[in-house]
Design a protein around this ligand. Structure first.
Ligand code: DAH
Length: 346
């Protein structure tokens, strides 16, 4: 019996050692140590032994069991470790592999200009106003001191939809709408960015649809010097502290007096070059003191209230700021153009 037990021990150990998987090892465990296993079988013959031999055999059987269990346990650990290592090896990530580039979108240059201007003017106490792109003839022209048949209407060739409605030719109608909403009472301090439309043939400097930014300030005691100071702050913040501005007399039906503002040319520093057409100055916007008729038509008492207004083309500002030479770039969705305005991720 003793020999048989030793033989079983040897057999079990060699099976344990040759087990190549946890499953196989478990089979070895069940076959040797299970209730129906050979050790149990051997122990069944204990009855035939003498009282003296019996405890010895019992102890030996337990010892053989313990040895086999211990071998199984250490083999199990070994196999488990090997399994983990194998998994790790198979799941290794090659961190030297370059990642796939993630393409992010970016704000359109015009959106950037508009947002920059909004920030600038909000910082000076303005609010942002909006108006419809399909506009009434009344707000687009009449309320701005351009009655029907006025020759200055020809300055802005229009897309009429009906007799009464057109695509707005400028953002100035928002002036009239905002003042009218106030019932002629209290101050107004707005800027209004938005799309406008004109019957122009598209070329490097003209687009049938473009973007304007309008400004309007109405209150008691608003003076031309307020306009000049505001425009100077705008010009320096937008184009750099070293820029000079100048106001030239001009004409707009909705302002009196009217001016056009130029900024000194950055490229030649005022000496004259092809960008500024040898003048040293670049035209930026139109402005003026709100015409009393415009105030009155919107319900404001022009004896009590005065105001200033200005209007500029966002494309023109962007073209000057970023050195863009063709307005059509803004509208042709060329990714090579647009990606130049994306801010690199930090
Ligand atoms: N609305 C004018 C245009 O489109 C621009 C303009 C000029 C707006 C003078 C103003 C202004 O508010 O005061 O040509």
């Amino acid at each position: 019996m003793q020999d048989r037990l030793k033989e079983l021990e040897g057999e079990a150990i060699s099976k344990v050692e040759s087990a190549s998987s946890l499953k196989e090892l478990n089979e070895v465990r069940v076959s040797f140590l299970g209730k129906k296993g050979p050790i149990t079988e051997v122990l069944k013959g204990m009855g035939k032994l003498s009282a003296e031999e019996r405890p010895k055999m019992g102890a030996l059987a337990n010892e053989v069991r313990d040895v086999i269990s211990m071998r199984i346990e250490s083999k199990q650990q070994e196999l488990e470790e090997a399994a983990v290592n194998e998994k790790l090896a198979s799941e290794t990530i090659d961190i030297t592999l370059p990642g796939r580039p993630v393409r992010t979108g970016s704000h359109h240059p015009l959106t950037k200009i508009v947002e920059e201007l909004e920030d600038l003017f909000i910082g000076m106490g303005y609010t942002v106003a909006e108006g419809p792109e399909v506009e009434k003839d009344y707000y687009n022209f009449e309320a701005l001191n351009l009655p029907k048949g006025h020759p200055a209407r020809d300055m802005q060739d229009s897309f009429y939809i009906t007799e009464e409605f057109l695509l707005r030719t400028h953002t100035s109608p928002v002036q009239a709408r905002t003042m009218e909403k106030n019932n002629g009472q209290g101050p107004v301090k707005i800027i209004c960015p938005g799309k406008v439309y004109r019957r122009d043939n598209d070329d490097a400097t003209h687009s049938h649809q473009f973007m304007q930014i309008e400004g309007l300030v109405v209150d008691e005691n608003i003076r031309m010097s307020d306009l000049k100071g505001t425009l100077e702050v705008f010009a320096k913040k937008m184009f750099g502290d070293d820029r000079e501005i100048r106001l030239r007399p001009s004409f707009f039906p909705f302002t009196e007096p009217s001016v056009e503002m130029d900024i000194s040319c950055k490229i030649c520093g005022g000496a004259g070059c092809s960008v500024c057409k040898k003048t040293g100055w670049i035209e930026i916007l139109g402005a003026g003191m709100v015409h009393p008729n415009v105030l009155e038509m919107a319900g404001y008492d022009s004896k009590k209230y005065t105001g200033f207004a200005f209007g500029m083309g966002a494309e023109r500002i962007a073209m000057l700021k970023y050195g863009i030479d063709d307005i059509r770039h803004f509208y042709t969705d060329d990714i090579r153009f647009l990606t130049q305005f994306s801010v690199p991720e930090e």
